[in-house]
Design a protein around this ligand. Structure first.
Ligand SMILES: C[S@@+](CC[C@H](N)C(=O)[O-])C[C@H]1O[C@@H](n2cnc3c(N)ncnc32)[C@H](O)[C@@H]1O
Length: 290
């Protein structure tokens, strides 16, 4: 075990033994989608890390890290004297993180396979060892976000920070010109996340939840972006819809007719230079552990 791993009590994940899957899946398409998503949102990620004070030498957690696109960037920032621990319930994603860390010769990346709502089980010997925990697009999928906060109260050092990027009012996402087939799919996306205990409005509840656990909210802001056909950002909703709309039809949240109507709409809108999408706003929150 490395010195830093000894310090934090974190072992390398045994990624072959167990795998869970979140609502969007863990196949190659989803991994590629997450890669594009990270590319398009990496400046925003860097900004929140800066705001939350991520520095060389720190120990950081990436909660629900997925294939680890953000984890690897954070590892470059904390450098060889620091450490980043990626936690995810997907063994498939953690294996990709491991492969990438090796390919980039980053030796300061650890992986923990587990449920972020059960951090006491996943990281039992790591009390007060973390300087910064980052969670991007994870809280919106969790039935018990309060359990994550409870776990972080234990894991974060006094004065340590939690940085979150997530949604509020997700279903406000709108295509212009407005279209009923689009609105139906967006409503079904929200319904499908809620059906599994998630909350596409999570950022509306997090500040109060964190305050109740004794955290101080240091920073809150919203990022509202607009995508036009032909822009790189257009491919963010495109890659999401091409993965998720078929899943919505398979699981009965929309009909096959709704799916076909949406597909035709998407195709024609993608060719319309006058169309645009108001994307779901992404909210930044930084909270300090007392
Ligand atoms: C939308 S992806 C975001 C991945 C990464 N945070 C990013 O921004 O690129 C959500 C991730 O959260 C993970 N996840 C969902 N619920 C989880 C849970 N209860 N415990 C651990 N990981 C979870 C999924 O496996 C997936 O990797």
């Amino acid at each position: 075990m490395s010195t830093a791993a000894r310090k934090t009590g974190v072992h390398r994940a045994r990624t072959e033994t167990k795998s869970a899957e979140y609502v969007l899946g863990t196949d190659t398409d989803e991994s590629v989608r997450l890669g594009l998503q990270h590319r398009l949102w990496s400046a925003a990620a860097h900004e929140i890390w800066e705001t939350a004070g991520l520095q060389p030498g720190m120990t950081a957690l990436d909660l629900g890290c997925g294939p680890g696109y953000a984890t690897l960037d954070m590892a470059q920032i904390v450098g060889p004297r620091g450490r980043v621990i990626g936690v995810d319930e997907s063994a498939t994603f953690l294996k990709q993180l491991n492969d990438q860390a090796k390919a980039r010769r980053l030796e300061n990346v650890d992986r923990v396979l587990g449920d972020v709502q059960k951090l006491e089980e996943a990281m039992p010997r790591s009390d007060a060892s973390i300087d910064l925990a980052y969670a991007r697009w994870v809280f919106c999928f969790l039935p018990h976000p309060e359990y994550v906060i409870r776990g972080l109260r234990r894991l974060l050092k006094p004065g340590g920070r939690l940085a979150v990027q997530d949604y509020f009012n997700y279903e406000a996402m709108t295509i212009a010109p407005k279209n009923a087939a689009f609105s139906k799919v967006i409503a079904a996306v929200g319904k499908s996340w809620r059906a599994r205990g998630g909350d596409p409005d999570i950022m509306g509840r997090l500040p109060a939840m964190l305050a109740a656990a004794g955290f101080r909210i240091e920073h809150l802001q919203a990022r509202q972006r607009l995508a036009r056909p032909g822009s790189t950002l257009w491919h963010w909703p495109e890659s999401f819809f091409s993965n998720y709309v078929p899943r919505l039809a398979e699981s009965g949240f929309i009909t096959e007719g709704d799916r076909d109507e949406f597909t035709a709409l998407w195709k024609s809108t993608s060719e319309d230079p006058n169309a645009f999408i108001m994307l779901p706003a992404v909210y930044d929150l930084v909270a300090v552990r007392p």
